[in-house]
Write a protein that binds this ligand. Sequence first.
Ligand code: XUL
Ligand code: MN
Length: 343
Amino acid sequence: MSQFKFSVGPWNVSEGADAFGPEVRKSIAFDKKVATFKKMGFDAVQFHDDDVVPNLNDLSEAKIKEKAREVKKVLADNGMVAEFVAPRLWFDPRTIDGAFTANSKTDREFALWRAFRSVDIANELGCGLVGLWFAREGTLCAESKSAIDGVKLTLEAINQILKYDSKIKIFIEPKPNEPTDRTFYPTMGHALTLSAASIDPSRVGGMMESAHAILAGLDPANELSFALAFGKLFGVHLNDQNGMKYDQDKSFGVENLRAAFNQVKVLVENKYGSKGEYIGLDVKAMRTQRDEVCYKHLENSMKITKLLEAKAQSFDYALQKKCVAERDYETLEMYVLEHLMKG
Ligand code: XUL
Ligand code: MN
């Protein structure tokens, strides 16, 4: 029996377009995706603001809330809930140069308007959690922005969101690069510094994505541990990544099995999920997958997570303790690898 509840975003079942080629699979309607997610064993859906309310820029604030209530009904009809809502702050012409850190004041105001709408939508969906992935909060040309001003502007935006709603919680999902050359918040340490400096640190936490940690040259389990040590792990995006390339969002554990095991192990040891947190999967199907098998990456990622959870539960902590006492880490390392390879 798993201690975990799982969540997934509608964007995790995609048409397969990449930077070099167009769509290769048919679009699937949102309600069909939700029904399939439920059948697969997911409990919650992760959202961007416009996944919930398409074209929200053209709608009144009242209409946006009304549309969000309709989506809540689709979720409820399928026995699902929402995990979080993230403003898509990297898509609009007004966020080309960043959102909260754009050099244009009116563009920054638009970004804040979108963030407030995510709060409204999160409240209508009943999840009370807003996700901030600072996609373009950084530079393509290093001299185009002051990183100091950028950090101050971001902190101000976070505080505005906290003031807009006295209950809303925010997580920050750090990533070192892409689509910018360098971002202002590449690691969990950066995310939690923003939290600590905010007007209500108890409502600002971190979300660790495995691929982003690997892209920063860091160990995902240690990034998780850093947030857990401060009681600030508000979410996870488990996936995988073959080295420091473009953001791959591969199925969890398929490239770095031992690192995946250590992520699950630290989550199991710290009873992650006991405060209602989800194991979010942010994985992408390979472009080569056909329509009929376009959910396989999600199925595989959930299966790998559960298999690694069982490995964490059967981990021989007595042997680990003995090896540590004797400082025989070669034996410990061999045990870990044999444990993972055992059928
Ligand atoms: C981008 C990324 C996003 C966020 C949600 O790399 O991971 O999908 O998780 O906005
Ligand atoms: Mn992610």
